[in-house]
Design a protein around this ligand. Structure first.
Ligand SMILES: Cc1cc2nc3c(=O)[nH]c(=O)nc-3n(C[C@H](O)[C@H](O)[C@H](O)COP(=O)(O)O)c2cc1C
Length: 303
């Protein structure tokens, strides 16, 4: 890849632009970067796969109905996706109070399920939840997500696919070591954009502990709050191999569809190049731990 900036999986891109994830994939392809397609995408996997030659990873949620998750993995695999990103921080949905207040329904239509194009024909849902108010996403998630998600599901996933599996949502050294033991091909330090557990640590603050625990066995990626190229440089200095970007791409899509998403990725790339030049780094390989100073460094220096 020409750059270490990857598109994070975010659901329902048709909320931002009528072309949905097809626009995002084309933007990623134009920037020669990887797009991680969300399990909750509003476009079908087939549509996204045939729209361009972006390198694609497929993000997976583990449903109570394992057959549904397995079918989607197989579809992604047969369509040339290169890896599975298993999101491990969402055995249940976090309490999203704005969604509850706004009665989030995954518009433009009013139901969540029909917007998840990939589930068509695979599952039927109890959509009759108007009377309850609140977030339809929360209701939908409680029907579908398997709250018993655990390490054994990594084993299960390995048994149904030959694709490399990255675990997304690791924030501790302990889990990072377990992920490597479980055969993960990569670890993604993420707190789901702070949408799951309040008081989960900022990912940049735990990145280094995860990198140390993994000890180079597999690549470590990070997401959360990457808004500038200099943020990318900080993450690489602390040991990440790449960063993923969620909201900024979504905002670009909302502003100008495919062109907007591409603009966001290009802007971040240019900013990264600028930050690297100003730090004296001709290539990403030249970015070292010495390029950043953390709060921990400052405290240690006082001891
Ligand atoms: C609107 C929205 C939808 C998201 N949907 C998913 C999803 O479907 N699957 C997933 O693994 N993560 C999802 N995430 C989390 C992102 O993959 C990523 O971890 C997070 O957005 C990174 O933080 P950033 O938005 O600050 O870049 C979502 C985040 C947002 C903001």
């Amino acid at each position: 890849m020409p750059s270490p900036i990857i598109v994070a999986p975010t659901g329902q891109h048709k909320l931002a632009t009528p072309e949905g994830e097809v626009a995002t994939a084309r933007a990623a392809a134009a920037c020669n970067t990887i797009m991680v397609l969300s399990f909750s995408s509003s476009c079908r996997i087939e549509e996204v796969a045939s729209s361009c030659d972006a390198i694609r990873f497929y993000q997976l949620y583990v449903y109570k109905r394992r057959d549904v998750s397995a079918t989607l993995v197989r579809r992604a695999e047969s369509l040339g996706f290169k890896a599975i990103v298993l999101t491990v921080d969402t055995p249940v949905l976090g309490r999203r109070e704005a969604d509850i207040r706004n009665k989030y329904a995954g518009s433009p239509r009013r139901m969540i399920a029909p917007r998840l194009a990939n589930l068509e024909g695979l599952m039927s849902f109890d959509d009759d939840i108007d009377a309850e108010g609140g977030s339809k996403l929360e209701h939908f998630a409680s029907q579908t997500l398997d709250p018993s998600l655990s390490w054994k599901d990594v084993e299960w996933l390995k048994s149904i696919t030959t694709l490399p599996i990255l675990l997304k949502g690791i924030v501790t050294a302990e889990d990072a070591r377990k992920a490597v033991e479980a055969g993960a091909a990569g670890v993604i330090v993420s707190n789901h954009g702070a949408r799951q557990l309040d008081y989960a640590p900022p990912t940049i603050s735990v990145l280094e502990e995860v990198v140390k625990a993994v000890g180079g066995a597999v690549p470590v990626l990070v997401d959360g709050g990457v808004r500038r190229g200099s943020d990318v440089l900080k993450a690489l200095a602390l040991g990440a191999r790449a960063v993923m970007v969620g909201r900024p791409v979504f905002y670009g899509l909302a502003a100008r569809g495919e062109a907007g998403a591409r603009h966001v990725i290009e802007m971040l790339n240019k900013e990264l190049e600028l930050a690297m030049a100003l730090c004296g780094c001709p290539s990403v390989g030249d970015i070292t731990r010495a390029h950043v100073q953390t709060q921990g460094d400052r405290i240690r220096a006082l001891l």
